[in-house]
Design a protein around this ligand. Structure first.
Ligand SMILES: NC(=O)N[C@@H](CC(=O)O)C(=O)O
Ligand SMILES: [Zn+2]
Ligand SMILES: [Zn+2]
Length: 345
C-alpha cells in the first residue's frame, strides 16, 4: 500500500546548534518542508537579531539542494519588550514567541516567572502584531504532581489568558492530556490550537518502565496514562482542524540520556511520520492524516500549504539503533525496532 500526501511541516522542532544541528538537520529536511524551530538554545534566542543569526546557521547546515525552511521563534522572558515584538514582526522570519515557564523543561531557566505580572504588555503587542504565543503548558510548582502539571496549567494560566486576551493566537505545544484536548476544543477555532507529538500518540507512561528504566522514552511533558493517550488519538484522528503535527524532536547525546540525571527529550525525527501514519491507520482514519500533517498547521499560522508531495509506503523497515558522529551518538525513538510505514521522498 502507498499513500501520497502533501509535504508535511513540523510545527515544533528542536534543531539545536553547532555539531548537534549538523548531525540532525538532514533527518528533518528529508521529510518536512518547514519547521517551527524552538529557541531554547544556550543562551536562548531572545532577540530578533539572534533569531536571524540562528536562521543563517540552520540554512548553512542544510544538505545541498534542500528547500527546507526554518520558521524562527523568540524565547519569551520577563524582560522581553514590545519593541522586540515589533522588530520580530518586521524581520519577516519570526513566526512565534515561545513561553517556557521558568524551570519547566530543558533550558527553560531563563523563562517566564510571572506571566500575568510581567508579560501582559508584550502579549498585547503580540496579539496586535498577530504573532502566536507557543506554550510549554506545565506549571512548575514542585507541590503539583508531575502528571497533573499540564491540567493545572490549563486551569490557572491558559483559561485566564484566553479570557484576558481573546485576540491572542495560542498554540498549546505537545499536549498530553484529555484536559488539554477539552480546553483546545472549547476555544474559538483559529485562535487556540495544539501540536501533538508521535510519542504522546503511541506511548503511555508504562513505556518509561517497560522491562527497566527507559531513558529514551523520557520527555516533558512526561508520558501520561492510557486514557489520556486515547483522548489525544481521538482528537487528532477525528479530523479536527485545531490539532496539527509537531514532533518535539529533541535530540540529546546518548551520554546525556543514559546517566544518573538524564535530560528530557526524545529524538523522533527519523520515525515521526511512520508513527503518525500508524496511529491514523489503526483508527481507520488514514484519509485524515494529510490534514493533520500538512494542512491544519499552515492554515492556523496563515501560511500557504506546501505544493510538493511525499509518499509513505507500507513496507517494514528497521530503525537504526543509533546515529554516530564524531562528538558521540544519538539514539532515536524506537531504536532497533521495525516500523510499518516508510516515508520515501
Ligand atoms: N520535550 C522535551 O522533553 N525536551 C525539549 C524541551 C521541551 O520541548 O519541553 C528539549 O529541548 O530537550
Ligand atoms: Zn516543551
Ligand atoms: Zn519541545
Amino acid at each position: 500500500m502507498e499513500l501520497t500526501i502533501t509535504q508535511p511541516d513540523d510545527w515544533h522542532l528542536h534543531l539545536r546548534d553547532g555539531d548537534l544541528l549538523e548531525a540532525v538537520i538532514s533527518h528533518s529536511a528529508k521529510h518536512f518542508g518547514r519547521a517551527i524551530v524552538m529557541p531554547n538554545l544556550t543562551p536562548p534566542i531572545t532577540t530578533t537579531d539572534a533569531a536571524v543569526a540562528y536562521r543563517e546557521s540552520i540554512l548553512k547546515a542544510l544538505p545541498p539542494g534542500s528547500n527546507f525552511t526554518p520558521l524562527m521563534t523568540l524565547y519569551l522572558t520577563d524582560v522581553t519588550t514590545r519593541e522586540e515584538i515589533k522588530l520580530a514582526r518586521k524581520s519577516g522570519v519570526v513566526y512565534g514567541v515561545k513561553l517556557y515557564p521558568a524551570g519547566a523543561t530543558t533550558n527553560s531557566q531563563h523563562g517566564v516567572t510571572d506571566l500575568f505580572g510581567k508579560c501582559l504588555p508584550v502579549l498585547e503587542e503580540m496579539a496586535e502584531q498577530n504573532i502566536p504565543l507557543l506554550v510549554h503548558g506545565e506549571v512548575t510548582d514542585p507541590n503539583v504532581e508531575i502528571f497533573d502539571r499540564e491540567k493545572v496549567f490549563v486551569e490557572t494560566v491558559l483559561k485566564p489568558l484566553v479570557q484576558r486576551l481573546p485576540q491572542l493566537k495560542i498554540v498549546m505545544e505537545h499536549i498530553t492530556t484529555e484536559d488539554a484536548v477539552k480546553f483546545v476544543e472549547s476555544c474559538k477555532e483559529g485562535y487556540v490550537a495544539a501540536t501533538v507529538t508521535p510519542q504522546h500518540l503511541v506511548l503511555n507512561r508504562n513505556a518509561l518502565f517497560q522491562g527497566g528504566l527507559q531513558p529514551h522514552n523520557y520527555c516533558l511533558p512526561v508520558l501520561k496514562a492510557e486514557i489520556h493517550r486515547q483522548a489525544i488519538v481521538s482528537a487528532v484522528t477525528g479530523g479536527s482542524r485545531r490539532f496539527f503535527l509537531g514532533t518535539d524532536s529533541a535530540p540529546h547525546e546518548r551520554k546525556k540520556k543514559e546517566c544518573p540525571c538524564g535530560s528530557a527529550g526524545i529524538y523522533n525525527s527519523p520515525v515521526a511520520l511512520s508513527l503518525y501514519a500508524k496511529i491514523f491507520e489503526e483508527a481507520g482514519a488514514l484519509d485524515k492524516l494529510e490534514a493533520f500533517t500538512s494542512f491544519n498547521g499552515p492554515d492556523f499560522y496563515g501560511l500557504t500549504r506546501n505544493k510538493s508531495k511525499i509518499k509513505l509506503r507500507k513496507n517494514p523497515w528497521k530503525v537504526p539503533s543509533s546515529f554516530s558522529f564524531q562528538f558521540g551518538e544519538i539514539v532515536p525513538m524506537f531504536a532497533g525496532e521495525t516500523l510499518d510505514w516508510e516515508p520515501c521522498s
